[in-house]
Design a protein around this ligand. Structure first.
Ligand code: GLY
Ligand code: MN
Ligand code: MN
Length: 443
């Protein structure tokens, strides 16, 4: 069977590092691959590399550091890695070690991670600036800041006495990650294809009397069976009013006739993510009230997808969706404002639509990249990928909501690639029109 993770993406990572070197001049940039995360007691999670680190190095082992040293003549790309250790490797598998870091990952030099302090501190002393992103590995944040403090204290005696600066390294990588290459898009298509199959299987298997966790299991079985490394984010399988909890991941409830099921699930292949939401009846059809709301969300979602093109912005895509949602809510008598303009101003719609319409998608599900540039929304460019995911949510606790809408949550989410002249809906193979969904559900 062909296996999508036979080979992880092999990109020209040296070219990516060259772009970082261009930016940092005689500065030094430090990137961290965190250690394994603890699940409970001595049980750890399966490792998932840090996206920035992996983007630049392709090195997938935990507890490593990559240094791009613009002040060095020869050892410019340096990896600090877990050293070979036959005893440990018996338990956790082969390591590349320092030799592998040089031979397989193109480091100019490599050292055991234990030598970080001794080898890195002098480099920081000599560098024009230290580039580092304060990430989630708090222990390492503190360790590096402590190293920098000592290194900078020594500067007046050992190096030039220019003011030292600490600069966020994130944006050096974010701009590259935001604009996807053809090869990256190919990996995203693979993640989306596996996710499409999972959503179709889930649509076909859903029935009254089942349980959310059965559908969750089917989604994730499909991800793994097709060779994806697993979910890109915990799957949301939310029946009925659970769908009004935006990050509902318990997935423990029964599936009841007459309610809708919202599934927000996507997998990761080669460390590229899919992010797809569909909402459909658990039984044979929508109730009239559910269908009215669904049609509003679908209209907003389709118009927002159509609005994706070079020069548009995440903001303008959001506005397109929002106007249609608000118009629909007004038409259904769910807002007290007189006009769409009034309703947009009063923001009463936020009771039912409280999130944004889009986010970047890539190696991270909420991918990196600035949404605003120079104080204005950033124009979309070919190669960017964003989600389009409007919804309406009527939490049972809300007052003044007619019975037929109470406890209904609907979201429709596609992944859209900005092309030269518009947008390509990468997730178009997952049905969202009611007739298509019902045909699939009831055949
Ligand atoms: N699945 C997370 C999101 O839609 O943003
Ligand atoms: Mn999303
Ligand atoms: Mn989603």
């Amino acid at each position: 069977m062909s296996h999508p993770t036979d080979a992880l993406p092999s990109f020209d990572r040296a070219a990516r590092r060259a772009r970082v070197f261009e930016e940092i001049g005689d500065g030094i940039a430090v990137f961290r691959a965190p250690p394994l995360a603890v699940h409970a007691n001595d049980v750890e999670y399966r490792y998932r590399p840090d996206s920035n680190f992996f983007f630049l190095t392709g090195f997938g082992e935990p507890d490593a550091v990559a240094v791009l040293d613009g002040a060095a003549d020869e050892e410019r790309f340096v990896l600090f890695v877990p050293p070979r250790d036959p005893d440990r490797e018996t338990w956790t598998g082969p390591r590349a070690g320092v030799d592998g870091a040089i031979e397989r990952f193109g480091a100019d030099a490599a050292y055991p991670i234990e030598q970080l302090q001794e080898k890195l501190a002098p480099r920081i002393t000599n560098a024009g600036a230290l580039y580092y992103h304060l990430g989630h590995d708090e222990a390492f944040n503190l360790r590096l800041m402590d190293m920098a403090k000592s290194a900078w204290a020594a500067r007046p005696r050992t190096a030039n006495d220019r003011p030292t600066s600490l600069i966020d390294s994130g944006p050096l990588v974010y701009e590259m990650r935001l604009r996807k290459s053809e090869a990256e898009i190919a990996w995203m298509r693979r993640a989306i294809e596996v996710s499409r199959e999972a959503h179709l299987a889930a649509m076909q298997a859903t029935a009254p009397g089942g349980a959310e966790f059965e559908i969750e299991a089917l989604l994730e079985y499909t991800f793994r069976r097709r060779g994806a490394s697993g979910w890109a984010y915990p799957s949301i399988v939310a029946g009925g009013a659970n769908a009004t909890v935006l990050h509902y991941i318990a997935n423990e409830d029964a599936l009841r006739d007459g309610e809708l099921l919202l599934i927000d699930a996507g997998c990761e292949v080669g460390y590229y993510c899919a992010d797809i939401t569909r909402t459909f009846p658990i039984g044979r059809d929508f109730t009239p009230g559910q269908r009215r709301l669904y049609d509003v969300v679908l209209r907003a979602q389709e118009a927002a997808c159509d609005a994706v093109r070079p020069g548009a912005t995440v903001e303008s895509v959001h506005d397109t969706a929002l106007e249609i949602l608000v118009d629909g809510l007004l038409g259904l008598g769910l807002l007290s404002d007189a006009t769409v303009a009034d309703a947009l101003k009063s923001e009463e719609y936020k009771r039912f639509y409280m999130h944004r319409t889009s986010h970047w998608l890539g190696m991270d599900v909420h991918d990196v990249g600035a949404y605003n540039v120079a104080g204005a929304p950033r124009p979309l460019e070919p190669g960017m990928v964003l989600t389009v995911e409007p919804g309406l949510y009527f939490a049972p606790r809300l007052e003044g909501v007619p019975e037929e809408y109470a406890g209904v949550g609907i979201r429709i989410e596609d992944d859209v690639l900005v092309t030269d002249d518009g947008g390509e809906i990468l997730t178009a193979g997952v049905p969202k029109r009611p007739d298509e969904i019902l045909a699939l559900r009831n055949d």
